[in-house]
Design a binder for this molecule. Structure first.
Ligand code: FE2
Ligand code: FE2
Length: 171
């Protein structure tokens, strides 16, 4: 069994990760709509990663004999005026998710819940990567987004992203 406060935060994180998946699915859907299939692919795979994160939180709670009640996933409420908009929202969102992970880590740290801290270590590192990826997308868009030929090539590059399962696995 885990501490009730830590458990509550971990259960809520399942919802937040599924929301991330839903938000990135919305980005993907938008890019598909405007004909940037590579960007659409990149965010479709990002959505799959987020679903994986949600399932890892669920599995961790199950492995610790916690009863989990799944809540409704919020509707993605972003409006996009240009192809750069999702990239900006993406970085903001990852910074927010980092703060959530740090809050859970802090709660586990306060009560010396070393098991949860060890579980969260992977997510602390992962968030560093996610923020970097989100940042890099903005940098690339700023460099190449305004010229149709280079935007086409960037889109082609993003079309090459393939799904890989998370390096964290729980027994
Ligand atoms: Fe995530
Ligand atoms: Fe990732």
């Amino acid at each position: 069994m885990l501490d009730p406060k830590v458990t509550e935060l971990l259960v809520d994180q399942i919802n937040k990760e599924f929301y991330s998946a839903y938000l990135y699915l919305d980005f993907s859907n938008y890019y598909k709509d405007i004909g940037l299939d590579g960007f659409a692919n990149w965010y479709m795979i990002q959505a799959q990663e987020e679903r994986d994160h949600a399932l890892l939180f669920l599995q961790y709670l199950q492995n610790n004999s916690e009863k989990v009640a799944l809540e409704a996933i919020a509707k993605p409420d972003k409006t996009y005026h240009s192809a750069k908009d999702p990239l900006i929202y993406g970085l903001e969102h990852e910074e927010y998710v980092t703060s959530l992970i740090h809050t859970i880590y802090g709660a586990a740290y306060d009560i010396k819940d070393f098991r949860t801290m060890q579980f969260l270590d992977w997510f602390v590192k992962e968030q560093g990567e996610e923020e970097k990826n989100a940042h890099d997308m903005i940098t690339k868009y700023d460099l190449f987004g305004n010229d149709p030929k280079s935007l086409y090539m960037l889109d082609q590059e993003l079309a090459g992203r393939t799904y890989t399962a998370p390096s964290l696995t729980l027994d």
